[in-house]
Write a protein that binds this ligand. Structure first.
Ligand code: PLP
Length: 495
């Protein structure tokens, strides 16, 4: 019997990411000097991602702002580079707020989202940033703080997660955040009570999904809410549709289909396992039938990021039956978006050293890495893509397959529960790079388990056609021309 063909999930690489991963000598030097794991961010790339979102809004003739969801990556280099664009930023904690104010963002370009502590609410109000309130209690607290501390009026967006129109509740994806439809009267009463302290700028939602139907329902529901606020004496101008635009991680739709088909076949016993101990990622064999729901991110996404926003604005409102973008334009609302993952598309890669390749007692090949599953939390977030081999030498390698295991003393510490099919098998001393991991996979979950350091972060940037690098914290978006004294001297007059 012939062995089934290898199941690759080849990552989609931008030309910059591909060129970086080709520079094996630099990558080995960096990991040698700064340790494994190592996170590399590409701050310059975030500029083109911002531009692509702007272009979509311009094509729909819609004004508004792009708020980068900072939570997706703690990098200073990315935040500072973004501060040098006209993008804005969404913060979800006091530390993030302090970080962005120290990175070049003025308060009028910052918005706080998500549930907040009283201390965070005070800091938001005191700093004069926009507050996207997560519920009625938070709205009341904000009003009391602004009034009690005699602070300037705060610009407020109210986040909803349930919407009602003509007496029926519009269902969007259930969320434990934001106000319910039934909170509207309380919100209005609080806005009246704190009329001097709070100014309603608009309505917001964020749904943790890339599902279009849920989003179109939420947008239409928000438009109704905006009408209602106007009817009740307010003058909101903003519709904030949150994040969730998605990223395409894979270069081939066919490979993704082959993998999901093979997963089902393996669970039904029709082929060898392709996952650790037969893990089904949410699917299971129930008496010979496949049941459950695949709990993986749809890693091949032909329409993602700015393209997804374009699709959303072009989609018809479920009951009004007209393109959502047209309705937003006609009402002259400003559109706010809060992309995290999508703004970080191709903005960085995690990498780590291979410590050993060995065979388990059950005959599985194990590739032991100098990192753990939290250092590159692809499994936790359900994203599957193949790592790229960064070889230490030019010795030819055979193809092979195996599971990536981490450096913790936990059976569960698997960097990938999916069997990786390598075109060239790694050996101890090689590096494996996990491309396009800047959005959530680098530092969202990383910790000091076993007292091990979290990955050092390095910013790589191109200057005069060459890759250069700095520690993330040392990177500022300064043009070399601005530092060149010679141009001053050439203009100066001789005494
Ligand atoms: C309020 C809010 N806005 C924006 C985002 C960013 O979402 P994404 O990275 O999927 O674009 C999140 C993510 O959790 C969020 O909670």
């Amino acid at each position: 019997m012939t062995a089934p063909p290898p199941l690759h999930l080849t990552p989609a690489l931008s030309p910059e990411t591909a060129s970086l991963l080709d520079d094996t000598a630099t990558l080995h030097q960096l990991v040698g000097a700064l340790g494994s794991p190592l996170n590399i961010v590409l701050p310059q790339r975030i500029r083109s991602n911002v531009t692509a979102f702007h272009e979509v809004m311009a094509a729909h003739r819609i004004g508004g702002h792009i708020y980068y969801a900072h939570k997706a990556n703690r990098s200073s280099a990315l935040v500072r580079e973004l501060a040098a664009t006209d993008a804005r930023i969404d913060v979800a904690s006091p530390a993030e707020l302090q970080h962005v104010l120290g990175s070049g963002f003025s308060p009028d370009r910052v918005m706080a989202t998500g549930p907040k502590t009283p201390e965070f609410v005070w800091l938001c109000a005191r700093s004069g940033i926009t507050v996207n309130v997560d519920g009625v209690d938070e709205l009341a607290l904000l009003g009391r703080i602004v009034s009690g501390a005699r602070l300037p009026q705060v610009q407020v967006l109210v986040r909803f997660s349930e919407f009602r129109t003509a007496g029926t509740t519009l269902l969007s994806k259930p969320s434990r955040f934001g106000c319910a439809a039934g909170d509207l009267d309380t919100v209005l009463a609080l806005l009246d009570k704190f009329r001097d302290e709070l100014r309603l700028r608009g309505v917001a939602f964020h749904l943790d999904t890339v599902g279009m139907p849920e989003k179109t329902r939420a947008i239409e529901g928000s438009l109704h809410l905006l009408d209602e606020f106007v009817r009740r004496g307010h003058a909101p101008t903003v519709l904030d549709i949150g994040g969730g635009y998605g990223v395409n991680y894979l270069s081939s739709a066919e490979e993704w289909d082959d993998f999901t088909t093979a997963l089902g076949a393996a669970l039904l016993g029709k082929r060898d396992h392709i996952t650790w101990q037969g893990s089904g990622y949410g699917l299971r064999n129930d008496g010979g039938r496949l049941r459950g729901t695949l709990g993986l991110y749809p890693a091949h996404r032909p329409v993602a990021g700015p393209g997804y926003l374009d699709g959303l604005l072009s989609a018809a409102a479920p009951t009004m039956q007209r393109p959502l973008g047209t309705i937003i334009l006609e009402n002259m609302y400003d559109l706010y978006i809060e992309p995290g993952r999508a703004l970080l598309d191709q903005c960085g890669s995690a990498m780590a050293r291979v410590l050993e390749v060995r065979t388990s007692p059950t005959g599985e090949t194990l590739v032991r890495m100098d990192m753990n599953a939290r250092d590159v939390s692809l499994e936790e977030h359900g994203v599957q893509l193949d790592p790229v081999l960064v070889p230490q030498d030019s010795v030819p390698r055979r193809a092979g397959s195996g599971y990536l295991i981490g450096n913790l003393c936990l059976e569960s510490d698997l960097i990938s529960r999916r069997k990786i099919f390598f075109p060239a098998m790694p050996t101890a001393g090689d590096l494996l790079a996990f491309p396009n991991t800047a959005g959530y996979f680098m530092d969202f979950s990383a910790d000091h388990a076993l007292g091990q350091p979290v990955a050092t972060k390095v910013a790589m940037y191109s200057e005069a056609g060459r890759w250069k690098w700095k520690l993330d914290d040392q990177y500022w978006p300064l043009s070399p021309q601005w530092l060149d004294h010679s141009s001053d001297q050439s203009n100066s007059q001789e005494p």
